[in-house]
Design a protein around this ligand. Structure first.
Ligand SMILES: *[C@@H]1O[C@H](CO)[C@@H](O)[C@H](O)[C@H]1NC(C)=O
Ligand SMILES: *[C@@H]1O[C@H](CO)[C@@H](O)[C@H](O)[C@H]1NC(C)=O
Ligand SMILES: *[C@@H]1O[C@H](CO)[C@@H](O)[C@H](O)[C@H]1NC(C)=O
Ligand SMILES: *[C@@H]1O[C@H](CO)[C@@H](O)[C@H](O)[C@H]1NC(C)=O
Ligand SMILES: *[C@@H]1O[C@H](CO)[C@@H](O)[C@H](O)[C@H]1NC(C)=O
Ligand SMILES: *[C@@H]1O[C@H](CO)[C@@H](O)[C@H](O)[C@H]1NC(C)=O
Ligand SMILES: *[C@@H]1O[C@H](CO)[C@@H](O)[C@H](O)[C@H]1NC(C)=O
Ligand SMILES: [Zn+2]
Length: 500
């Protein structure tokens, strides 16, 4: 039976009957809010990136004076004081020292990235990536892969309008997360998503959509707390704010990709999806010096075709179990997001996470989401036994392809050693090849040397926790999951969805 996503309201109603009414009501409010906030959210994203993009354009057109580059950024930078401050930002440490958000958000000239942009190494910032300007070897890499990619048609639009998609929701053949929260692929050889952690009563701490210009206060706080997290960086942001991206690595956080331009991945062609992932990895490699092996789909939108492409590019797909909806803080109010955080803390108290820990979706999007994250970290540490980056929970001590970056394993981290050995971030100014462990094709045997072991279910530290309730409690997550998934699809319909 094929079901049009336009009929999702039925699915929402049915799912709500088995989920809690409060959750349903909250999601219904969010659904309304999403539609109205969509335009302003998109507008602010474009406005912000325009500042840095203009500076890149200035650089490309020949200006080499840092303050001139910032000062002529499309008239966006009015203050010469801010421009002067931006000009003093020459490396990770000097960028990290800027405390005034207005100065932090002033575009600046960083020679290696300016050179790479001038040389046409990257696709256009914040545009859907493609291979039209790719080096021959990259196009060859894609061609060698293309015929083995699962034959699944792209769905909907890059803005998440799935209203014209007919999908067999009953069998969910593509394991489309956006439809039914599927995380166990049906296509041969594709690895399951990581969406929780194998240690009980553990909060897998993740922040998406960075690096943004004004994150120093937040990163300072994490540093004071000796707290590391998994950061999902958008490639276009890494190019816009390179020294801020370097800070994530220098501070000991685990870095993963969040694509090049933050679109709904299942809507893209094979070539676009490949390019989105390839260029986000390349931006992180060129600017930070590391080849990442993990990614999170924007909006969680992934199916087996996209998983296969990601895995072929050496990327483990990482989703989430819980969501605080902080990306909708402007429309939902701070109180609502606080309640969402509190619900997860309450669930920890009644044994919901006594077998597996959770991974929670949250954002470093803007001051509101970051200050909320800051407000809640002490409460999270109180309610959960451990708060760790995802890689740490999986003992993924060498998360990057390069050597020289060793992270603590779980035991070391909870013993207080939150940083092991990290080479400094290093940017290059000449186009370098990206080393990808690509398998050229045989269906069913994509080889990706990703280090996340499969979660066998609380094996790691089950013995040390005994809060009782287990699988039965987790089961209730399924109903909520169905509501979330259905609403996520419905929200997408006809509306520009918010950042996620
Ligand atoms: C980046 O941060 C600035 C300042 O906090 C904020 O206005 C802007 O919306 C953020 N950009 C994005 C893409 O979230
Ligand atoms: C590739 O991307 C560029 C930059 O966004 C765009 O101008 C061009 O039309 C795209 N090419 C194709 C074939 O889609
Ligand atoms: C990749 O393969 C698909 C079929 O699976 C085809 O439609 C598409 O044209 C191919 N792309 C390129 C760039 O060759
Ligand atoms: C545990 O707490 C959560 C959040 O308040 C709630 O949704 C769930 O129903 C509770 N489970 C049990 C078994 O009490
Ligand atoms: C960021 O949020 C904090 C806490 O809500 C607030 O004190 C501060 O003034 C905000 N900063 C900016 C630049 O809006
Ligand atoms: C723990 O999580 C894994 C997936 O990571 C899942 O297969 C397993 O069923 C979960 N166990 C329980 C008891 O929820
Ligand atoms: C992590 O390593 C510890 C030993 O240090 C082990 O007990 C635990 O099972 C490992 N966890 C995972 C998820 O592999
Ligand atoms: Zn996102």
């Amino acid at each position: 039976m094929r079901t049009s996503l336009a009929l999702l309201s039925t699915a929402v109603t049915l799912a709500a009957a088995c989920g809690s009414e409060k959750d349903f009501e909250r999601l219904r409010i969010e659904r309304r809010a999403a539609a109205s906030s969509a335009a302003s959210s998109a507008a602010s994203r474009v406005a912000t990136s325009a500042v840095a993009r203009n500076s890149a354009a200035t650089i490309a057109s020949g200006a080499t004076n840092p303050s001139a580059a910032a000062g002529t950024a499309g008239g966006a930078v009015a203050s010469t004081t801010a421009a002067a401050a931006a000009a003093t930002r020459t490396d990770e440490a000097s960028a990290a020292g800027i405390k005034d958000p207005a100065q932090e958000c002033t575009a600046y000239y960083y020679p290696p990235v300016g050179q790479l942009i001038a040389d046409g190494v990257f696709p256009a910032i914040w545009e859907i990536a493609n291979l039209s300007t790719a080096k021959a070897e990259v196009t060859a890499l894609f061609q060698s892969l293309n015929s083995s990619i699962p034959n699944i048609a792209p769905k909907g639009t890059p803005q998440g309008d799935f209203s014209s998609v007919n999908y067999d929701g009953a069998t969910d053949p593509d394991c489309w997360w956006t439809w039914g929260k599927c995380t166990s692929p049906k296509a041969a050889g594709v690895k399951p998503d990581v969406y929780n952690v194998p240690t009980p009563n553990t909060w897998g701490l993740t922040y998406d959509d960075g690096p943004n210009c004004s994150h120093n206060a937040f990163y300072d706080y994490l540093q004071e707390q000796n707290q590391k997290a998994t950061m999902f960086y958008v490639g276009s942001n890494v190019v816009d704010w390179p020294l801020e991206a370097q800070r994530g690595l220098a501070d000991g956080h685990e870095i993963c990709s969040h694509t090049w331009s933050h679109r709904y991945m299942t809507s893209l062609t094979n070539e676009q999806a490949f390019a989105e992932l390839y260029y986000s990895k390349k931006a992180i490699k060129d600017v930070l010096g590391i080849t990442v092996q993990c990614w999170r789909p924007p909006y969680g939108d992934v199916d087996d075709r996209i998983r296969y492409i990601a895995q072929s590019l050496g990327l483990q797909t990482i989703g989430w179990e819980d969501n605080v909806f902080d990306y909708e803080i402007a429309t939902l109010s701070r109180a609502t997001i606080e309640q969402n955080y509190n619900d997860i803390l309450a669930a920890a108290a009644n044994g919901t996470y006594s077998v597996n820990g959770t991974i929670v979706l949250s954002h470093e999007l803007n001051n509101d989401t970051m200050s909320l994250a800051q407000e809640f970290l002490p409460k999270i540490k109180q309610a959960f036994k451990h708060v760790v980056p995802v890689g740490v929970a999986y003992n993924n001590t060498e998360p990057y392809v390069e050597s020289g970056y060793t992270y603590p394993n779980f035991a070391q981290y909870i013993g207080g050693t939150t940083t092991m050995s990290l080479a400094a971030p290093t940017a290059v100014s000449t186009d370098a090849s990206l080393s990808i462990p690509l398998s050229t094709g045989a269906t069913g045997s994509v080889s990706a040397s990703v280090a996340y072991a499969s979660n066998t279910g609380g094996a790691a530290a089950a013995a040390s926790d005994s809060s009782g309730n287990s699988a039965a409690v987790r089961g209730s997550g399924g109903a909520l999951g169905a509501v979330v998934a259905a609403v996520a699809g419905a929200v997408g319909a006809g509306a520009m969805a918010v950042m996620l």
